[in-house]
Design a protein around this ligand. Structure first.
Ligand code: NDP
Ligand code: 5RP
Length: 496
């Protein structure tokens, strides 16, 4: 398609990689006129070609540079950035200003940027243009057919893009929270795109989303490892069990991904794909930022942190190979065939309990950060945004919506329905860990979730011993049960 000479472009997208390409097609599929730009011109042209071959209603215009992108865009311009997080965002914002960006124009960053970088950008570009962070989740399929969009920053600018965002986002039935098909025209629907708070908050929410994503992914990896090592099952048999679980409480998009990966065949060798994939996990930073936030806030998120450490250990491949031969495996035999079904049932309960622990930790982090930053984050809004389109979508999110609607400030485990669900998992969760650990399978997320639950339900923790020790070596002092709160005591350990 030739570039339009009139300024009819309703949304311009810079960066035509995985997300930008699909976002452009999504906008076009809803009839919006789109302009696309990438440093690699062939990527922008590929989007134009795809829109034409899919006969999408909205035009897709390839801009050869930023000046042209601006010249063909309707004012105020809406410019979406879909580029790697970090320096590229600043460099494009500066180039847009050099190319004639105006104060009324709106720049929308959809990358996985650190929330502090977003705060700095707001300072830097304040009054030069309207800046919005619209964190996105859903991967390439979500970007194409309906993502979850967590928007923060300039609320006036949000008002100007809200209709477009809510049009291209994933939709759910407003009452049940059930995802609806793309382009659904159901009247009683709710879009998974909303304003969550001031600058930085949307990127924080996306970071925590990814922290939960890491933990849920690691959870499925540990389940796979337990079934193949302790259960002696092959990947296709594991997938069959997981398909069964997909019909129940564990139903989720990440379980769908897990099954697809377990069953995939390599087109080249005609062999199962999974054994060909190197067992060293990559990471781009959001899991680490979640862990740092939890440490800085002093809020426990052990499962989310354990998932990051598990990726770190996975990448120490050479060391793992060497130690495998040097450190003996436990003598615990694999589960007997007659016991396999019972073990699978225990594992299913373990995964339900672990999932509740993972999400609870994420929501606690957002509540604590909101309080510290004085962000008016609403956990109901966030749980609603994650019900469809995003990577961590699960029907459980509707239960979290209900729990936070009833008690917005309470820990998820304070909710009676969730308590009952969690409690039902505990006996088999313990049993499953005993078996798994005895057979030598590393279970960082499955086990830290249970430790989190046990820690939280412990009325009489051993921290009195810690306080005594701190006072013994460092005269740090302690409170006493038989004195008023806040009064500190030092025991004369070394005088006697
Ligand atoms: N992939 C995913 O599932 C998700 C990604 N994200 C986030 O979205 C953003 C984009 O991700 P993704 O699409 O996967 O990344 P890709 O690397 O696939 O795409 C980014 C594109 O931006 C281009 N680009 C880089 N700098 C510029 C520039 N200055 N001007 C124009 N184009 C530029 C890149 O070109 P080149 O390759 O030549 O540098 C590349 O084509 C990232 O911040 C990512 O973290 C968010 C949610 C999900
Ligand atoms: O944001 C995402 C999904 O929600 C991206 O896919 C992100 O890249 C995932 O993180 P990592 O690359 O660290 O696994």
């Amino acid at each position: 398609m030739t570039v339009s000479s009139n300024s009819d472009v309703q949304v311009a997208i810079i960066g035509q990689g995985v997300m930008g390409h699909n976002l452009a097609l999504n906008f076009s599929s809803h009839g919006y006129s789109v302009a696309v730009f990438d440093l690699d011109d062939s990527l922008a042209k590929a989007t134009e070609t795809a829109a034409l071959s899919q006969q999408l209603p909205g035009t897709v215009n390839v801009a050869s540079d930023l000046a042209q992108l601006l010249s063909i865009s309707q004012q105020p311009r809406r410019i979406v950035l879909s580029v790697p997080a970090g320096k590229a965002v600043d460099s494009i914002c500066d180039s847009l200003l050099d190319s004639g960006l105006q104060p009324q124009d709106i720049v929308i960053d959809t990358g996985n940027c650190h929330w502090n970088d977003t705060l700095a950008r707001q300072q830097r570009y304040h009054s030069k243009f309207h800046f919005i962070a619209s964190a996105i989740s859903g991967g390439e399929v979500g970007a194409r057919h309906g993502p979850s969009l967590m928007v923060s920053g300039d609320s006036n600018a949000w008002d100007q893009i809200a209709t477009m965002w809510q049009t291209i986002a994933a939709q759910v039935d407003a009452d049940s929270g059930q995802p609806l098909p793309p382009h659904s025209k159901r009247s009683n629907r709710h879009a998974c795109a909303d304003y969550v708070g001031p600058y930085g908050s949307g990127h924080f929410v996306k970071t925590i989303h990814n922290g939960i994503e890491y933990a849920q992914m690691q959870m499925w990896a540990e389940a796979y490892q337990l079934l193949r090592q302790h259960g002696q099952m092959d990947n296709f048999a594991i997938a069959a069990v997981f398909r069964d679980w997909q019909q129940g409480q564990l139903h989720s998009y990440l379980l769908e991904c897990t099954i697809a990966v377990l069953e995939a065949m390599d087109g080249h060798s005609q062999q199962p794909l999974l054994p060909l994939i190197v067992d060293a996990a990559g990471q781009k930073g959001t899991g680490t930022w979640t862990t740092i936030a939890s440490l800085e806030l002093g809020v426990a998120a052990p499962s989310l942190a354990s998932a990051v450490y598990a990726r770190a250990i996975s990448s120490q491949r050479a060391l793992r190979q060497a130690l495998h031969g040097n450190l003996a495996s436990p003598a615990q035999p694999a589960v007997e065939l007659a016991q396999l079904e019972r073990f699978q049932s225990a594992l299913e309960q373990t995964l339900i309990g672990t999932t509740l622990a993972n999400y609870a930790q994420g929501f606690e982090l957002m509540a604590a950060q909101a309080q510290q930053q004085q962000w008016p984050l609403d956990l109901v809004t966030i749980a609603k945004l994650w019900r469809a389109g995003c990577i961590i979508r699960t029907p459980l999110l509707q239960q979290f919506v209900n729990a936070f609607s009833a008690n917005p400030k309470a820990h998820l485990f304070s909710d009676h329905t969730i308590q009952q669900q969690l409690e039902a998992t505990l006996p088999l969760w313990r049993r499953c860990l005993i078996d798994g650990i005895a057979s030598g399978v590393a279970l960082p997320v499955l086990s830290s979730g249970l430790a989190y639950v046990d820690g939280l339900r412990c009325a009489d923790s051993p921290a009195n011993l810690l306080q005594g020790m701190r006072d013994y070596f460092g005269a740090h002092r302690f409170e006493r049960h038989d004195a008023s709160q806040g009064t500190l005591f030092h025991h004369p350990w070394h005088d006697s």
